[in-house]
Ligand binder design. Sequence first.
Ligand code: GLU
Length: 559
Amino acid sequence: MPTPHQSTHSAAVTRFAPSPTGDLHVGGARTALFCWAYAKGHQGEFVLRIEDTDQKRSSMGAAREAMKDLSWLGLDWDQGPDESEGERGEHGPYFQSQRLDLYGRYLADLLEQDLAYHAFDTSAELDEKRRAARAAKQAYRYDRAGLEVPRAERFARAEAGESHVVRFRTPDQPVVIKDAVLGEATLPAGEVDDFIIRKADGFPTYHFAVVVDDALMGCTHVFRAQEHFNNTAKHLLIQDALGFEHPIYAHFPLIMNPDGSKMSKRDKDKAVRAAVKAAGLEAPPEGSIDPAVFSAWLGDKKAQLDHDQLTRLAEAVGAQLPEINVQDFRRSGYLPEVLCNFLALNGWSPGDDLEKFDTTFLSEHFDLGRVQKTAARFDRDKLLAFNLDAIQAMTPEEFHERALAHGRQFHPKFIEQLTPEQFELLVEASRERSKTLDELFRSNNWLLLDEEDVVWPVSKPVRKAMLKGDPTGLELLAKVQPLIETIEPFESGALEQQLGDWAAEHCDGNLGRIAQPLRIAVTGGPVSPPIFDTLVMLGRARTVRRITRCLEALASPAS
Ligand code: GLU
């Protein structure tokens, strides 16, 4: 039997143990960050273990995505699987589904010593007992019916292949949980019943696997979210039964929305549903999602659309999806170092009102004593402000490089379609206003449109710039078009000079009077980078074509 790994030095070994059942939530990332920082700060090791004992809900794809997310955040692990299907460290495998033999050996030991037993209760029997407990307004606890079967018979029936679970024989004693953040709590005897440690499918339950692995991987510290606090009692009991030492436990506060609700995937549906309702839509916008799916979803507050459907619908109704998972933040153009900084503040603070720091600082200063006990509230505006500050602090070269990398990953069409010079212009024109790396792409979609696809919805600013005044913006636009067709070279300097002269002659030197109609004509809306850059990025031919079409479209606007 392998023995628990005894650390040869006093360094801390922490671990992050995600269940690969979906995308990595920011709360999970925060746990990983604190585990990583603590290990780094204590000359220790950070272990990544994939807890895939729930076979139905786990997937290799999700495990890989979680690894990618951690790498993106810069949280490198010393032990664990690596992205290229190998592993680092000596205590693998690091996927629980590949450790069944190990669990089996410890389990056999407990069975042998009567510290665990095979139980053959059927689901119907257990359901009936749960119902009875509910009816009697009592908390359900397993009644040890399994132990009524004589020991030898239990072993024989299990040996013969009869379906069963293995239950831990919980000693009749109080359990004291010591937590480095929350303090001490005592669970009275009888609180914890004989819980299952191996399921009927032969897989260990989380409680059993986690204890065996934490010991065999030499984990000295177990940090995780507060929702696991109560599980700790079970883990301590199993550790005692197996003769393992107790690691140091710390449970971190949850991260909540500012209104105190749980930050969950449902928030995305909620945001889109609100936008759909505000717009009074009873059918999905053309080309977004299937009408039947739409009405079923709209009619059921609990229904959830999948990621693609939500994205399409959100785009069609102009709703912004709140970021929940690490991938959402990445796609939205947050910087990993900013997200780490911000996540650290959700549950910990270095004191002295210090808010901005990097992960090196965190690893040098992170201590359990300053972890807060109560839930953290996730302030999106503050995160956005942090991100803006970090972008402003970049050199133009760095911003260019990172925007390009973001674009290649999330907006490949955009990058393909622009020449390097055009992209450079776009980046330069956008840097000062960009709160995220994505904004540059999201707000400049006009660049990608085919000339024939540009439309000019008559919003208030469009009406003001195009249809009001004497002469109207539209009249000025018609007048300036021949000049646009001939300005040489079609570059910012020449455009500025000649359009400036033109404005002096035709609109009392008020360049805005012609700049805004031009902007609307070429982008379809009132917001874009500085006008000369906008025109140069588009090029002369496309600019002229869009002006012509705009003049036609707005000559008799629909509204
Ligand atoms: N697999 C568990 C989860 O994802 C980890 C719990 C633990 O850290 O012990 O919630």
